[in-house]
Write a protein that binds this ligand. Structure first.
Ligand SMILES: Cc1cc2nc3c(=O)[nH]c(=O)nc-3n(C[C@H](O)[C@H](O)[C@H](O)COP(=O)(O)OP(=O)(O)OC[C@H]3O[C@@H](n4cnc5c(N)ncnc54)[C@H](O)[C@@H]3O)c2cc1C
Length: 388
């Protein structure tokens, strides 16, 4: 069978892949967008869309995303392990909540409208990084001039380049349940909730959707061998009983990003490169951002100016420089010694939830946020323990 010819083959049609395909197609490249699933498809996710995500989205996709938004809020509530409200902010930045089935389909539609060729329902099985070619599970062979691996945390493209998709010592696990609004305690949600102290090196969340509340708990896997038990306890405490709905789990590359995101003609972006923010766990914005940057790098390289990876590296390094700060900062929040201090300080830090939302809206830089956490949260926490 002869190969189908493209300039760029994008593997995975999640936010990273559709952003890459849409960006490249708008710049005139012949793009194949391959996904193992038919769309619309499910993807386990809290579905929180920050203003940061909205800003990135607007730089890539022409249509507004409103049709995929199920709920909106302007604040956030932070709770302790006993369910007590430690702090909150109201009437601040907009938070939006989507269901990924609809959101990802909207992104894919726009990549196709931009001119990308969708090849759905066949998994990529083999990638040749020196040739820029891939083989699909149905036997078809695609020949490109570059490949972008955007196939998520269990990336088969990353596995073929580096022998594994992620490091089991640094990966996180997230569990979620869609609690129907008719369940006791789920009809109304005053504010989206973040629950601290229920998972080690992680947190819990309760986010609004139209017909359900998305309830989740996540944390670094090696620190949470009993995550499901902790999640059931969270559900029982929050709703009076564990709702009779399936619990689902998925890995999260929580701060586990690659230092070298590709090889040869192949670039990695989104979860395949480990681009989930190390404190907030936000991934959609960084997936779309890195997908765009990878596509721009390929476009530049194909104009003969440089190699794809050489064009991608400076863009990628700029993106992960904030992750390096966030990774350092979480050493002040999550370790066993620090977390109780952080939780004790939280009720007295009136600005903390607002600052956190400013960060997620991309209106406060990571260096300024780090200074705030280091000076106020940790200093106050320690002061409380001292006898003078
Ligand atoms: C429980 C949980 C809650 C989360 N909550 C949030 C949140 O509220 N907000 C937020 O911003 N982020 C959240 N995240 C993170 C977010 O879901 C990810 O960061 C984001 O989906 C990454 O996008 P992506 O395009 O890189 O990968 P994905 O969205 O995983 O898409 C990868 C695509 O690749 C396809 N694929 C995989 N293998 C192959 C193959 N071999 N061949 C072809 N196609 C393939 C898949 O079918 C899929 O469509 C959460 C994650 C989890 C697990």
């Amino acid at each position: 069978m002869s190969a189908l010819l493209f300039d760029l083959i994008v593997v995975g049609a999640g936010p990273a892949g559709s952003a890459a395909a849409c960006t490249a197609a708008h710049r005139g490249l012949r793009v194949a967008l391959v996904d193992k699933e038919e769309f619309p498809r499910e993807k386990l996710c809290g579905g929180l869309l920050t203003l940061r995500a909205q800003k990135v989205y607007a730089r890539v996709f022409p249509r507004a995303w409103d049709e995929a938004v199920e709920a909106r809020a302007h604040g956030l509530s932070l709770l302790g392990p006993d369910g007590r409200r430690l702090n909150e902010v109201r009437e601040h930045h907009l938070l939006q909540f989507t269901c990924r089935r609809r959101f990802d389909a909207l992104l894919l539609d726009q990549a196709v409208e931009a001119g990308a060729t969708p090849l759905l329902g066949s998994a990529v099985q083999q990638v040749d990084d020196s040739e820029g070619a891939v083989r699909l599970s149905d036997g078809r062979r695609l020949q490109g001039r570059a490949v972008i691996g955007a196939d998520g945390v269990r990336s088969s493209v990353a596995r073929q380049l580096f022998g594994r998709s992620f490091d089991p010592r640094t990966i996180a696990l997230g569990m979620e349940m869609e609690v129907p609004r008719c369940h006791p305690g789920a009809a109304d949600l005053d504010l989206p909730e973040i629950h601290f102290g229920l998972a080690r090196w992680g947190y819990g969340w309760v986010f609004p959707k139209r017909a359900t509340l998305t309830v989740g708990l996540g944390g670094l896997l090696r620190h949470n061998p009993q995550l499901k038990t902790a999640f059931r306890a969270m559900l029982a405490h929050r709703f009076g009983s564990v709702p009779d709905v399936a619990i689902k789990g998925h890995h999260i590359p929580y701060g586990d990003y690659l230092t070298r995101p590709g090889r040869g003609r192949v670039l990695l972006c989104g979860d395949a490169a480990g681009l989930v923010e190390p404190i907030t766990g936000e991934g959609i914005a960084f997936a779309m951002h890195s997908g765009r940057e990878a596509a721009l790098a390929v476009h530049e390289a194909l104009q003969g100016r440089t190699e794809p990876l050489a064009a991608y590296l400076p863009r990628y390094r700029e993106l992960v420089q904030d992750f390096r700060i966030a990774k350092g900062l979480r050493q002040l929040i999550f370790p066993r010694l620090c977390e109780p201090l952080f939780l004790r300080a939280l009720p007295r830090l009136r600005q903390a939830p607002g600052r956190h939302m400013d960060l997620m809206a991309d209106e406060l830089g990571y260096p300024a946020y780090a200074r705030y956490i280091a000076l106020s949260v940790v200093a106050r926490g320690w002061r409380k323990l001292l006898p003078f």
